[in-house]
Design a protein around this ligand. Structure first.
Ligand code: RRO
Length: 312
């Protein structure tokens, strides 16, 4: 039986439904080329700012068997660097997505305006949820501000524009955010960014494990899978049908990806596990997903996407 993992992210077609999350190993040209050569279905850059940033002091990333904590502080080469790579990324025959995380609305508008003039960028993922820049709250937790941002950024919609949200935890917040997003021509929503301002501790040293912000940072990996699945599910049910949901959070094998799709994800990003395993993870996870689908007699992701069942 031939199994087809093809999907769409907004107006963009992908040969498979698994690609890298913005963050790990997608900052330099070499890292992006490695994603290009791998089985990742798309190439997504590190969140970019108007100017190059070196980020927060190290150690700023830590992982254990349950997941990761980071306070990278948006290290990136500046958005123009990622725009300039767009043409050479074409050689990998897969979509090229740029993540944008301006330090202000004004910066986001400058970047989006410029990126609109650049060919060979298939979509923009606007990050409304970075937890790690001291003094900059997560936009996605401020509903009024999110509305103001979407009012402005949606004027630049030549590219497929998506947004990356922080995780929500209260049912009223899902509803309030969905009501805002549904007013705009957003093509996709990525759920979720890391759970912000967690704390991981080393009992032996009685110390925090990362340096910035006294050890507080964004949590990813197994720790956050149930939260990520809940966010995918809620937004799948609450957003307009033409808005694709991209799952991100705790997917490290084919079964995890299957769960995200069952909740309603059209594609699934790999973050912590890609950091841990490198770009070979995409081929492995794709194989595992195909094996699971074969056991269940599913031929395409539409056979089970969103079809999570309740207990009657
Ligand atoms: O660079 C970071 O510290 C970072 C970002 Br921009 C983000 O969106 N999520 C995260 O966990 N870390």
């Amino acid at each position: 039986m031939s199994i087809n993992l093809s999907t769409t992210v907004g107006a963009v077609s992908l040969n498979s439904c698994i690609y890298n999350a913005s963050g790990p190993k997608c900052t330099t040209k070499e890292e992006l080329e490695n994603i290009g050569k791998s089985f990742s279905a798309a190439i997504l850059t590190k969140s970019s700012t108007l100017e190059l940033r070196t980020g927060n002091p190290s150690p700023r990333y830590f992982e254990n068997e349950l997941g990761s904590i980071n306070s990278m502080g948006l290290p990136n080469q500046g958005y123009q660097f990622y725009a300039d790579l767009a043409t050479s990324m074409q050689q990998y025959n897969k979509p090229y997505f740029i993540s944008v995380a301006g330090l202000s609305l004004e910066n986001n508008l400058v970047m989006l305006k410029h990126l609109n003039q650049v060919d060979n960028i298939d979509a923009i993922e606007l990050n409304l949820s970075c937890p790690n820049v001291p003094g900059k709250p997560q936009t996605g937790y401020d509903f009024e501000r999110t509305q103001q941002v979407l009012d402005q950024v949606c004027k630049f919609d030549r590219h497929s524009l998506g947004i990356k949200l922080p995780p929500y935890f209260d049912l009223i917040h899902f509803r309030q955010m969905a009501d805002i997003i549904n007013q705009y021509p957003i093509k996709f929503v990525t759920c979720v960014n890391s759970i912000g301002n967690g704390l991981v501790i080393d009992v032996n040293t009685e110390q925090v494990v990362i340096k910035p912000k006294n050890g507080f940072g964004g949590v990813g990996g197994d720790y956050i899978k149930p939260t990520a699945l809940a966010n995918v599910r809620q937004f799948y049910l609450l957003l307009r049908d033409d808005i694709d949901i991209i799952g991100s959070g705790g997917a490290k094998n084919g079964s995890d990806v299957f769960e995200h799709i069952l909740c309603g994800a059209s594609a699934v990003q790999i973050g912590t596990q890609y950091m841990r395993e490198g770009a070979n993870c995409f081929e492995r996870i794709e194989k595992e997903l195909k094996n699971l689908m074969a056991q269940k007699n599913y031929q395409s992701i539409d056979d089970f996407k969103g079809k999570l069942q309740s207990i009657s």
